[in-house]
Design a protein around this ligand. Structure first.
Ligand code: KG4
Ligand code: ZN
Length: 344
């Protein structure tokens, strides 16, 4: 049962190395959002260091919240709900967001809602003026996950297929590191690929030669290491490898998306998560969906990667549907399947 009470919800995202905060109004939409990325902190280590991530979330949280409220011309007493990422993610980082969320909800005596990070990613596509109505099929593709799902109603998700090993974003990041593009280098690799020539290098399209909707991206990384070692390692060779690598991931994702939509027969498709910001993938999937009269929804570029707005949006919808998380026990879950959620 949807409750139409007016809400102003604070969304808190701290599942990995981004502190994301946002304020959403049930009538006016997104009021303000702020994002602090710890990329510089972890760059030296070539990956996220969990302990450092937790400490940095603590350091920036309160000043960011103060700024955000000021930006929206609101006080904490205007808030009617708090939404935070309850999982999955790095436990220490999740616990920081959870502690702030529980404390604020308790002190302000307002409802609290723990949000599934992947439902958050999906809801980033709902930030637009026309939220899609289930049923729909979706691809959530990020640094931590690659999965195809179908939704019979909001919150009721069936996993159609997922990666057996690396996520697509992880594969992008590992190859970007190999090419000296820093961490996380998915977007940088995609920019370098624009200078690459097609068909100089070739990468497999893993698991596309047999039926099914599972993915496997770890072999691509090994193939990248071998081809890079055997190349002259010049700037042009790096760009050519980036081009071929990106083409392989994009085509693999595309083949599986088409298969999933043929299987479900849904008329709406959603792509979400960091890799859904990839330009060639967005173009290819847009073209295919148009040719099949399938309504495609994707988040605006700034809301593909981790952010607070997606958590605020998911939290708002769940609060309106009557869900609440108890405030007295701090809840965070490093592992949590989307299929465990309750529909609404
Ligand atoms: O959703 P996200 O912020 O974090 C997770 O929940 O994992 O996704 C981050 C991932 C990283 O692996 C990053 O390299 C990748 O998304 N990414 C991209 C692009 N922008 C971000 N990969 C390919 N092309 C892009 N333009
Ligand atoms: Zn994410």
């Amino acid at each position: 049962m949807i409750n139409i009470k007016k809400h102003i919800v604070l969304g808190i995202e701290t599942s990995c190395d981004e502190t994301g905060l946002a304020l959403i109004d049930s009538e006016k939409g997104l009021l303000a959002h702020a994002l602090y990325s710890q990329t510089k902190l972890h760059e030296t280590y070539g990956g996220v260091v969990p302990e450092l991530a937790s400490r940095d979330h603590i350091r920036v949280f309160l000043p960011m919240l103060k700024d955000l409220l000021k930006q929206a011309n609101l006080s904490q007493h205007d808030l009617t709900g708090i939404a935070y990422t309850q999982g999955p993610g790095l436990l220490g980082a999740l616990l920081i967001g959870a502690c702030f969320a529980h404390t604020l909800a308790k002190a302000l005596a307002i409802p609290l809602i723990g949000v599934h990070h992947l439902e958050g990613h999906l809801m980033a596509a709902f930030l637009g003026p026309k939220p899609p109505k289930p049923p729909f099929t979706a691809l959530i593709v990020s640094g931590g996950h690659t999965l195809l799902i179908s939704a019979s109603r909001l919150g009721e998700y069936t996993i159609l297929g997922e990666s057996r090993d690396d996520a697509a974003g992880e594969a992008f990041d590992k190859t970007a590191k190999l090419l000296g593009l820093g961490y996380p280098g998915g977007a940088a690799l995609s920019r370098l690929a624009e200078q690459g020539r097609p068909n100089i290098f070739h990468f497999p399209r893993p698991m596309t030669d047999k039926p099914g909707l599972e993915f496997s991206f770890s072999g691509l990384k090994t193939s990248a290491v071998n081809q890079f070692k055997n190349s002259d390692q010049s700037p042009q060779a790096k760009a050519d490898i980036a081009q071929a690598f990106e083409a392989a991931i994009v085509e693999t994702l595309l083949i599986k998306c088409k298969r999933a939509l043929e299987q479900t027969g849904d008329a709406t498709f959603i792509i979400a998560g960091g890799v859904s910001a990839n330009r060639p993938f967005r173009e290819a999937i847009t073209q295919w969906c148009e040719s099949r009269n399938i309504r495609l929804l994707m988040p605006a570029l700034e809301f593909c990667t981790d952010n607070g707005a997606m958590i605020a949006q998911a939290g708002l919808l769940r609060l309106q549907a009557g869900f609440q998380t108890p405030v007295d026990t701090i809840l965070a879950r490093a592992r949590w399947s989307l299929e465990e959620l309750e529909g609404f």
